[in-house]
Write a protein that binds this ligand. Structure first.
Ligand code: BES
Ligand code: MN
Ligand code: MN
Length: 457
């Protein structure tokens, strides 16, 4: 192991330069004008794997973005780890709020600033570099490893689900290793054992056949913006409880044990408020902030449009209004069922003075890992060796839709070994990833592979 640690130590600059080359590629999956860049990022990763003398490296075409695959089988009797990551990123908008350009990675105060630095290029790259450390020092790799790197996570992994169904045998594994989550706090290694699911809806309300003079017609014609606001206002009550019929039917309530575990996490509410500039926190009555953010379902407007947005006052009664609404889901809610319930409910409360159209976008199932799973123990040992601290076990509010499919299709649980921080500003301007966690991530990954055979039966 010391050869590996030495290799990581001496190659820090090289690792950083390589990650920077990956971060310079604007592989934005939501924007079709960046299709070639997405492909370029896939090609870059394929070359990275090809340099590691694996048994097989392949770029699989799909009807969308390519899937990069690599495998190294050392001994069939050893456990097989499937490493998952995504090389696509969110759009950088609003660009003007970045202090340095999103696709020109820059280090400031020990942090790498770039779109994708944390989510998920920087985090997923740690595992490639860990494998490199074994290969380039001629150290026997302790387990079998397969890599699956996709370019459509940020758009709901539409082609990965059919892909894993079609390649079950190739992807057969004992567990999935993912670094695409956050640590609980700085220098606080954490293993995530729960992720929320997602149902994402779009509502469009249409009133008159054109925008109208709000003086000539106002009061006599329903305003779709007003109607939409009324609909949205009725979706939750004053206690933050979602009013959609049947919404909570399948929700698994927190057990007393769960709630006790939540209380023991080192969460600092005052710091949380200060970091976000909040005067007061908000949420469903009867639950703590951590519970609200990770273990309870939500309903939030993510986008809202109607009427005049320009400077000054234009007196207009808009013809249309629209909203994008996301619902984060917890075990055992089903995104398709929730989308149906939302549609039915909104249709039932919409005033009959307007037309309403409701569409479902991509979604995802909630997912979790059994705390007794042996892979988690190997991950905990690896974290402890590198961070000199036992990791915490926590649930997170974000979603990685494919995790539930790995479980369903491959029967494999996921180890969510996040090296990011909630303050990394993923999806926001000035996304960052701490350089020290990039390096500690590589070390932790290398240690994990070393630890794993000791924990498997
Ligand atoms: N890496 C995130 C998910 C995440 C972030 C999990 C922080 C836990 C902590 C992932 O890339 C992401 O953004 N997922 C989307 C899923 C959606 C596009 C289907 C999300 O959660 O909004
Ligand atoms: Mn991600
Ligand atoms: Mn993301």
């Amino acid at each position: 192991m010391s050869a590996i640690i030495d290799y990581i130590e001496t190659n820090k600059e090289k690792f950083k330069d390589e990650l920077f080359n990956l971060l310079r590629i604007p592989s934005i999956s939501t924007d079709s004008s960046h299709k070639d860049d997405v492909r370029k990022a896939a090609g870059f990763l394929k070359e990275q794997l090809e340099d590691l003398d694996m048994d097989r490296v392949e770029l699989f075409e799909t009807d969308g973005n390519p899937i990069v695959y690599g495998e190294l089988i050392t001994d069939e009797s050893k456990p097989t780890v499937l490493v998952y990551g995504h090389y696509d990123v969110q759009p950088p908008d609003p660009r003007e709020l970045w202090d340095t350009p999103p696709f020109e990675p820059t280090v400031r105060h020990g942090d790498i600033y770039a779109r994708g630095a944390s989510d998920d290029k920087g985090q997923s790259f740690t595992h490639i570099k860990a494998l490199e450390a074994y290969r380039k020092t001629d150290t026997d790799f302790p387990v079998n490893v397969k890599f699956i790197l996709e370019g459509e996570e940020e758009i709901g992994s539409p082609h990965l689900v059919p892909f894993i169904k079609e390649h079950k045998e190739m992807l057969a594994c004992d567990m999935v290793l993912i670094s695409d989550t956050a640590m609980f706090a700085e220098d606080t290694p954490s293993i995530t054992y729960g992720l929320r699911g997602l149902a994402y809806m779009e509502v469009e309300v249409t009133g008159p056949n054109r925008d109208l003079h709000s003086g000539v017609y106002g009061g006599a014609v329903e305003n779709p913006a007003n109607a939409l606001c009324e609909i949205i206002a009725k979706l939750k009550d004053g206690d933050g409880v979602i009013q959609i019929d049947g919404f909570y039917d399948d929700v698994v309530e927190l057990s007393d044990e769960d709630r006790e575990a939540y209380k023991n996490l080192p969460f600092d509410l005052e710091k949380y408020k200060k970091d976000l500039g909040l005067k007061k926190v908000y949420g469903e009555k009867g639950y703590s902030t951590l519970e609200r953010a990770t273990a309870r379902p939500t309903l939030d407007v993510n986008g809202l449009w109607s009427g005049y947005q320009g400077e000054g006052a234009k007196t207009v009664l808009p013809s249309k209004a629209g909203a994008k609404v996301s619902m984060r889901l917890v075990p055992n809610q089903d995104p398709n069922k929730i989308a149906q319930l939302f549609k039915k409910h909104v249709e039932s409360i919409a005033p009959d003075t307007v037309e309403i159209e409701i569409r479902a976008h991509h979604g995802g199932h909630p997912a979790g890992t059994d705390l007794s799973f042996y892979g988690l123990q190997a991950a905990a040992d690896a974290f402890e060796e590198v961070y000199d601290k036992e990791p915490l076990f926590s649930r997170e509010g974000g979603s990685i839709p494919i995790v539930a499919d790995f479980e369903k299709v491959l029967g494999a649980q996921s180890i969510l070994m996040g090296f990011g921080l909630n303050s990394d500003a993923i999806h926001s301007p000035n996304e960052k990833f701490a350089l020290k966690d990039f390096y500690r991530g590589i070390q932790t990954s290398a240690k994990f592979f070393e630890q794993l055979p000791k924990h498997s039966k």
